[in-house]
Design a protein around this ligand. Structure first.
Ligand SMILES: NC(=O)c1ccc[n+]([C@@H]2O[C@H](COP(=O)([O-])OP(=O)(O)OC[C@H]3O[C@@H](n4cnc5c(N)ncnc54)[C@H](OP(=O)(O)O)[C@@H]3O)[C@@H](O)[C@H]2O)c1
Length: 193
């Protein structure tokens, strides 16, 4: 448990410890910079909303995968949206004439965004919910020291948004799990204690 940082409201602080730090860990593994175009799979979800914004803050161009109806949400975070599913590699390549140089895959199992056809070297691919030989798997425990303080500082400074898909009182905790289980949440679901 952590104190809510100064300048950050409780609901915005809640997702930072796990989702925010997981995004930070994934980005640390690929170290995006201004010369990079990063493809982020699952960009509009709980971890993705942070990964997109942190990659943008690092100066990278970001292409984020999502459903067609998620496009505006992704643009609002600073990503260029690309619809997942068959043909993803061609659509992503079309958005990155200089090539995709790094990829952060936030999806579990087989729903990977980093198809081999994109030419991203394994050393610049990171997963958080899938184990792939040769690819770094990041998680909250591998987040860089001070990541939480850094993210909270960005939120307090108004440079990092915390998109909340929904909030529920603790009495409705069972109802709160429904949108999360659906795996099409835009941002985080927060439960008020
Ligand atoms: N949240 C955390 O703190 C955390 C921390 C560590 C690990 N994890 C793990 O990391 C994974 C992602 O977590 P999350 O919380 O970011 O997930 P989430 O909030 O449920 O988001 C899931 C994302 O997957 C996309 N998606 C759904 N169906 C898809 C499909 N068929 N193909 C491609 N993309 C699809 C959704 O996009 P659309 O809505 O546009 O369809 C959405 O952006 C999970 O396995 C989770 O257990 C999560």
């Amino acid at each position: 448990m952590h104190h809510t940082p100064d300048g950050v409201d409780d609901r915005s602080a809640a997702p930072l410890t796990i989702a925010g730090r997981t995004a930070s860990a994934a980005l640390a593994a690929v170290a995006p910079g201004p010369d990079d175009t990063v493809l982020i799979g699952g960009a509009g979800g709980g971890v993705g909303v942070f990964a997109v914004q942190l990659a943008r803050i690092a100066g990278a161009q970001v292409i984020g995968t999502g459903a067609a109806e998620t496009a505006d949400h992704l643009r609002g975070l600073g990503a260029e949206p690309v619809v997942y599913g068959e043909g993803l590699a061609d659509r992503a390549r079309a958005l990155a004439p200089g090539g995709i140089t790094a990829a952060v895959d936030l999806l579990p199992g087989r729903r990977r965004c980093t198809s081999p056809g994109l030419g991203v070297p394994d050393s610049r691919i990171c997963t958080i919910a899938a184990q792939v030989d040769g690819v770094t798997a990041a998680n909250v425990a591998s987040s860089p020291p001070g990541a939480l303080e850094e993210i909270a500082g960005l939120v307090a400074a108004g440079r990092l948004r915390v998109p909340l898909a929904a909030t529920f009182p603790i009495e409705e905790v069972r109802r709160a799990t429904a949108p999360q289980a659906d795996r099409h949440v835009r941002g985080k679901v927060v439960i008020d204690l």
